[in-house]
Design a protein around this ligand. Structure first.
Ligand code: CA
Length: 512
């Protein structure tokens, strides 16, 4: 039998509503043995940062080299599995909804983030905390939410037992308070009043399952600078409390940092070698991760807990220098690699072998089916909707495990942008194709372009996606067309959904 190869090997589709995947039998057997030997279901800690770049950690080539050492992340990388091709969606809310549903944005409908109290969110979706709750888990969300401020989409109403954090996104709480960014609002009583009357909650909140969220504190600039510290303490308390419980748990800890604008906690202000707010914030995020690991160790839960560390999208270069580091093309908001390739660390001492690195494809939508498999609850996966995620438990648990995913699909809002298989990426549509993209500037600024012919990039030879290789590599076209046909074909049986922007369109007068 020929050796496995991502382009040359076929996938298996187990059901119409499930994404086809590779079946690595030997890996699956090892993973099953590892899970069978465990006495209890694993806890799952997802540590999701905001707008942190693929390259920011030392273990990805940044760290000391870019003025912000990350000793804790680097140590975790050495102790577990470091993914080099972990994929988010191009911006916050689409990524977070994909993580929660195992579905691409064109299915869960959050094509872009809701802002300033706009309606729309996770409502109506089957979520990771709902399913793990059914599997006997205690479910806790801490920190940034941003998958719907409307009551039905708030965390306590889509599966979480408890939530402590803010419902939207960092800049919305502070940008209009800072005369550096918004002098025309800060120095205008009328505009300040106008902002305050917008239908978004200016406080961070606490909520318990099914109950109304209560305000904790208004997020002023000084309060914002302390949020990551407060949220860290809340998660540490949760970890300590759970040590006394028999129930496994899910902790979804989302940091405030390092989304623009960064106002570092005074403990970290000017402490990075770069002496820049973004870099100071990275120091704090690294230290918080270290504290959470220490809390798990001290409470005897470290070897019972799978930790997944990532960022919800690539760097936001339109806010430079409050921005991250990526070696790839373009930035947040785009489907070039810089927009969607994010750090991905998986750590589970004693179960995931230390020192592993893999360039196998891993999608945010793989998290839900993988978590269910680790919890022994794959039968809870919904059958009434298409699930884009693939169970990657054998990839994670087998010592030399291979990814079960053949294709990553790139979606730019409602436009299918392209797909990756192996080291190749085919691009049909993308944000404006000029030299500024390649230099890594704005992902939101570009114009959407549909190319006359598909472009093919070799991401190993050309990580900045500048050299179209199609003419010399036509043999690959069929493999990509097959993946594209299969993926787009699923939307005929399972129609796409749109959540964002509906109310605006519906209420607009015909003449406007
Ligand atoms: Ca983000």
């Amino acid at each position: 039998m020929p050796k496995f190869d991502a382009i040359a090997t076929s996938t298996v589709r187990k059901a119409d509503h499930l994404e086809p995947g590779f079946v690595h039998k030997a890996d699956i057997e090892i993973a099953a043995r590892k899970l069978a030997a465990r006495k209890r279901k694993p806890n799952i800690l997802i540590y999701l940062m905001d707008d942190v770049g693929w390259g920011d950690f030392g273990c990805y080539g940044g760290g000391v080299a870019v003025g912000a050492p990350t000793p804790n992340f680097d140590k975790i990388a050495r102790g577990g599995l470091q993914l080099t091709s972990c994929y988010s969606e191009p911006s916050c809310s689409p990524s977070r909804a994909t993580l929660h549903t195992g579905r691409v944005p064109n299915r869960h409908g959050l094509h872009r983030p809701p802002m300033y109290g706009e309606p729309g969110g996770l409502q109506g979706e089957v979520t990771l905390p709902m399913l793990l709750g059914q599997a006997g888990y205690t479910t806790q969300a801490v920190g940034k939410w941003h998958i719907g401020e409307n009551i039905e989409s708030q965390p306590q109403n889509v599966g979480y037992d408890d939530f402590y954090g803010f419902l939207s996104v960092s800049d919305m709480y502070t940008e209009w308070r800072d005369p550096h960014f918004f002098p025309e609002i800060v120095y205008s009583d009328a505009r300040t009043e106008w902002i305050k009357n917008m239908p978004f909650n200016r406080c961070f909140v606490h909520a318990t399952k099914g109950k109304e969220a209560t305000n904790v504190e208004e997020v002023t600039i000084p309060v914002l600078s302390e949020l990551d510290e407060k949220w860290c303490r809340y998660s540490i308390d949760f970890i300590k409390k759970q040590a006394k419980s028999d129930k496994p748990w899910l902790l979804y800890h989302c940091t405030r940092g390092a989304h623009f604008d960064n106002y570092p906690h005074e403990k970290y202000l000017g402490k990075s070698p770069a002496r820049h707010p973004y870099k100071d914030t990275l120091l704090e995020l690294d230290e918080i991760m270290g504290r959470l690991v220490e809390a798990l160790r001290e409470s005897g839960q470290l070897e019972d807990t799978l930790i997944f560390i990532s960022s919800d999208n690539g760097p936001h270069m339109e806010t430079w220098p409050d921005a991250a580091f990526t070696p790839f093309r373009c930035a947040k908001g785009s489907t070039w690699e810089g927009g969607v390739r994010v750090p991905g660390l998986l750590y589970w001492p004693g179960t995931i072998d230390a020192g592993r690195q893999s360039d196998g494809l891993f999608d945010f939508n793989d998290i839900l089916p993988t978590a269910l498999a680790l919890a022994g609850a794959s039968d809870l996966l919904p059958a009434d909707r298409y699930i884009d995620g693939i169970d990657q438990s054998s990839f994670i648990l087998a010592p030399n495990g291979l990814s079960s995913r053949k294709y990553h699909y790139y979606w730019l809002s409602q436009t299918f942008s392209g797909l990756r298989c192996g080291e190749y990426k085919m691009v049909l549509s993308a944000t404006s194709d000029d030299s500024t993209d390649a230099a890594g500037t704005g992902g939101f600024t570009g114009v959407l372009e549909r190319f006359a012919y598909p472009r093919l990039y070799n991401l190993y030879l050309d990580p900045k996606e500048q050299h179209n290789y199609l003419t010399r590599k036509l043999a690959y076209v069929e493999a990509f067309q097959l993946g594209m046909r299969n993926h787009l074909g699923t939307f005929k049986r399972f129609p796409p959904k749109k959540v964002m922007g509906i109310k605006v369109a519906d209420t607009r007068s015909p003449s406007s």
